[in-house]
Design a binder for this molecule. Structure first.
Ligand code: NOJ
Length: 507
């Protein structure tokens, strides 16, 4: 048997391009800014980057409203800038995933412009239109962000159109074969350019039952995107998988499945013929306590292992408060880094977590995002002195707290920084078959401590995470050495005691 595919042992690093680094001085990050910091990622030791949307967009949802799937928005640069970034990333050994947004387009996309022109337009049915009266939407679905109906009435053609997100993000009709073909072409466009795969936005929403039935009243206030779970999506994903797998070089997909039941999430791997990987968000929403995490890990193992589906782990992204902010201290963020990088599955890091960044405090009059997600999108501070390595004086959002001390330059000069901890964990992971591919076995433990064993052949590691802010004692059978400590000494024999908030990798 050959080695498992690269995406099972990779660590993926998410870049939100508006916030990563601005090279041209307009206050918004760009592709050239990413290119200039590839050395940071290589030094850190990640394997791949996923870049959130940089396609042409009116930016109502900051790029998740795409007006042209096959071009770069001038705000971020040009297709040539992308090609250069991709070539340099590949030359440095980094794979690149782009963000595919298949559920909806921008209302400015030429497809929707045509579709809304008249009921007779050949593209009318590329979107989801329904009859009705202006007073009463066709069903009771709720849109994300606004908590209002997922429908907008179009005066000119006197029909409603569906949008699970903003009114400026009309849903594509994936029941129409021409939509399927056109969207497959957008995948080919980026695969032909050489990308290593895709993160797929709200992927479980693309297949919808054409009856568009009401949801039960008790779940009506939940955005419909978190409820849609239709067999059509699985069929669509099998075709998408065949397309991606027809390209050489182990191209991959990681789907954003926003369902809160881990078994449902696992179903989107099909029989290894749908998604290669899927996000699983319940752990991201779980509180920082050992018992919750034991439960989450057990649920993932129970849902994923029987299908031979490979899990993923993520603590932060551009849609949620950073885990440094949620968990409330750097000590916990350090322990969380040990956990994230030693669980069985592919970890996803969100740019800036390796610096221990907290969410920015955004004053009411500076808020921009309709979903209230500005805080976690604060710009990445590269240097200690303002404007922290950004061209231009003022980025589009305020800095996160303590940017003058919490930045890449300062962290790199301090061997005890959280940045160096991430780097050590990545190095240890890379060298250990147990950490990359090994099975996970929960070990007997005491209250407040998570303990697990990773084993692959002869290689094994024990992982201990003290979720409490008190010292804990936990004896382990056999003799173990501390390989990485979230804080405190490493390189010594493990004597059966954990410091408050401490997490350890033992070998
Ligand atoms: C999920 C993305 O992560 C989020 O940022 C976006 O607003 C929605 N999908 C809609 O595309």
């Amino acid at each position: 048997m050959g080695e498992p595919p690269w995406w099972q042992s990779a660590v993926v690093y998410q870049i939100y391009p508006r916030s990563f680094c601005d090279a041209n001085g307009d206050g918004v990050g760009d592709l050239e800014g990413i290119r200039q910091h590839l050395d940071h990622l290589v030094w850190l030791g990640v394997d791949a980057i996923w870049i959130s949307p940089f396609f042409r967009s009116p930016m109502k949802d900051y790029g998740y409203d795409v007006a042209d799937y096959c071009d770069v928005d001038p705000l971020f640069g040009t297709l040539e800038d992308f090609d250069r970034l991709l070539a340099e990333a590949h030359a440095s050994g980094l794979r690149v995933l782009v963000d595919w947004v298949p559920n909806h387009t921008s209302d400015q996309h030429p497809w929707f412009q045509a579709s809304r022109r008249s009921r007779q337009d050949p593209k009318r049915d590329w979107y989801v239109w329904r009859d009705g009266t202006p007073e009463r939407p066709p069903n009771n679905w709720t849109a994300s962000f606004t908590q209002s109906p997922a429908w907008t009435w179009d005066d000119a053609t006197e029909q409603w159109y569906l949008h699970l997100f903003l009114a400026e993000q009309p849903d594509l009709n994936w029941n129409h074969p021409e939509v399927v073909a056109a969207m497959h072409d957008t995948l080919r466009f980026w695969l032909d350019r050489g990308v290593d795969g895709f993160r797929m936005d709200v992927i479980q929403c693309i297949g919808k039952h054409p009856a568009l039935k009401d949801v039960p009243e008790k779940v009506q206030s939940i955005p419909y995107c978190a409820l849609n779970d239709d067999p059509r999506t699985h069929a669509l994903l099998r075709d998408i998988r065949r397309l991606i797998d027809s390209y050489p070089g182990e191209r991959t997909s990681v789907g954003e499945v926003v369902l809160l039941d881990t078994r449902q999430v696992a179903s989107y791997y099909g029989a290894n013929d749908e998604l290669h990987l899927s996000f699983n968000f319940p752990p991201l929403y779980a509180p920082w306590d050992a018992e919750s995490w034991q439960k989450q890990i057990a649920r993932v193992e129970a849902a994923f292992a029987p299908r031979d589906a490979w899990p993923t782990w993520v603590l932060s992204n551009h849609d949620n408060p950073r885990h440094r902010t949620r968990y409330g201290s750097e000590a916990r963020a350090r322990a969380a880094a040990v956990l994230l990088l030693t669980l069985r599955g592919t970890p996803f890091l969100y740019a800036g977590e390796e610096l221990g960044l907290e969410d920015a405090v955004v004053a009411p009059d500076e808020r921009l995002d309709p979903g209230g997600r500005d805080g976690c999108r604060a710009p990445i501070p590269w240097r200690a002195a303002p404007p922290h390595g950004w061209a231009g004086e003022r980025p589009w959002l305020p800095w996160s707290p303590h940017a003058e001390t919490r930045n890449a330059e300062t962290a790199r000069a301090d061997p005890d920084s959280i940045l160096h901890l991430y780097r050590r964990l990545l190095a240890v992971r890379r060298q250990s078959a147990a950490l990359r591919w090994g099975a996970w076995e929960a070990l007997p433990t005491c209250a407040g401590v998570l303990a697990g064993l990773r084993t692959h052949g002869e290689d094994r590691r024990a992982i201990l995470v003290n979720f409490t802010d008190e010292p804990r004692e936990l004896a382990l059978a056999g003799s173990w050495t501390v390989e990485v400590a979230s804080h405190g000494a490493a390189g010594e024999r493990y004597e059966g005691a954990l410091l408050p908030d401490q997490a350890l990798v033992l070998r």
